[in-house]
Design a binder for this molecule. Structure first.
Ligand code: BTN
Length: 247
C-alpha cells in the first residue's frame, strides 16, 4: 500500500479525492493524505474536524476481489490494523469501539469512514478514510468535542511523528488485509475481539430510527453487534452508533 501516494496541504476531503482517483483508475493501495480538510466527513453524515498541522487525515483505495456484500468486513480489517499500529507506534493501550472507532480511555482518537463503489456482482473499489487526532492540545478541540475526543499527544503526553505513524498504519493494514484474504473473516474477528472495549459493556445504541439500551454481548460472524436488552432478547445491530450508558 502507498506506492501511489498523493500528498496535499489542503483538500475538501481525502475520501472524495481518493474516490475520484479510483474512478479514474488509481491502483489498489493508492493513498491520499492531506494536512488539512475543509469539509472532512464522518460516519452517518457527520462532519469531521480536520485542522492543519496536527492530525493525520488520509484515505486508502482498495480493490478487493470480493462480492460487494462482503465489503463491510473491511471495516473490521481496518479497525484492527489501525488499533494495532497505534498501539505499536505509541505504546498507548487504545481499544476499538464497535464497529471501528479507536478510543483512549473512552475518548475518541480516531474514526474510520469506509465507502464502496460496486456493480451488482463486483467491487470497483473501496475507500478507507482514516482520521487520527495526533498532536492536538485539548484547547484545539471545539467545545462540543472536549468531552468526547482526545489526541494521542494528550494521551501519551508527547508529540508523535505523523509520517512515521502513517507508515506504521499502512504496513499493518497491508498485513491484516492479507490475513483477511488468506485466512478469512473469522481470523480478523478474533483480532477485533482481542482489541475491543465494547463487549460486556452496557451500551446505548442509536440507529437511524430508534435508540435502545442493553449489554453488548458479542459480535456475530457478520460483524453485527449483539445487544441483550432488558427483556432478555438479543438484538443484532448492523449499522448505528453505540455509546457507553450514561456517557
Ligand atoms: C467517523 O468516526 O465518523 C469517521 C471519521 C473519518 C474521518 C476521515 S479523515 C480522512 C477521511 N476523509 C474524510 O473526509 N473522512 C475520513
Amino acid at each position: 500500500l502507498g506506492r501511489e501516494l498523493y500528498v496535499f496541504e489542503q483538500v475538501n476531503s481525502t475520501n472524495d479525492l481518493a474516490k475520484k482517483k479510483a474512478a479514474e483508475g488509481a491502483s489498489h493501495g493508492t493513498v491520499v493524505v492531506a494536512d488539512q480538510q475543509l469539509s472532512g466527513r464522518g460516519r452517518l453524515g457527520r462532519p469531521w474536524a480536520s485542522p492543519p498541522g496536527t492530525g493525520l487525515w488520509f484515505s486508502v483505495v482498495l480493490r478487493p476481489p470480493l462480492k460487494p456484500f462482503l465489503a463491510p468486513q473491511l471495516i473490521f480489517v481496518s479497525a484492527v490494523a489501525v488499533c494495532h499500529a497505534i498501539r505499536d507506534y505509541t505504546g498507548l493501550p487504545v481499544t476499538i469501539k464497535w464497529p471501528n472507532d479507536i478510543l483512549f480511555s473512552g475518548k475518541k482518537v480516531c474514526g474510520i469512514l469506509t465507502e464502496l463503489s460496486a456493480e451488482i456482482d463486483i467491487i470497483n473499489y473501496v475507500v478507507i478514510g482514516i482520521g487520527i487526532n495526533v498532536n492536538q492540545e485539548m484547547a484545539d478541540f471545539p467545545p462540543e468535542l472536549q468531552e468526547k475526543a482526545i489526541s494521542l499527544a494528550v494521551a501519551g503526553n508527547t508529540k508523535y511523528n505523523r509520517v512515521g505513524l502513517l507508515k506504521a498504519i499502512l504496513k499493518e493494514l497491508e498485513k491484516e488485509y492479507e490475513i483477511y484474504l488468506t485466512e478469512g473473516f473469522p481470523a480478523v474477528l478474533k483480532h477485533w475481539r482481542s482489541l475491543t472495549s465494547t463487549l460486556g459493556q452496557e451500551v446505548m445504541v442509536s440507529s437511524t430510527d430508534e435508540t435502545f439500551t442493553g449489554v453488548a454481548e458479542d459480535i456475530n460472524g457478520e460483524g453485527c453487534l449483539l445487544v441483550r436488552t432488558e427483556d432478555g432478547n438479543v438484538r443484532s445491530v448492523m449499522v448505528g452508533d453505540v455509546s457507553l450508558r450514561g456517557k
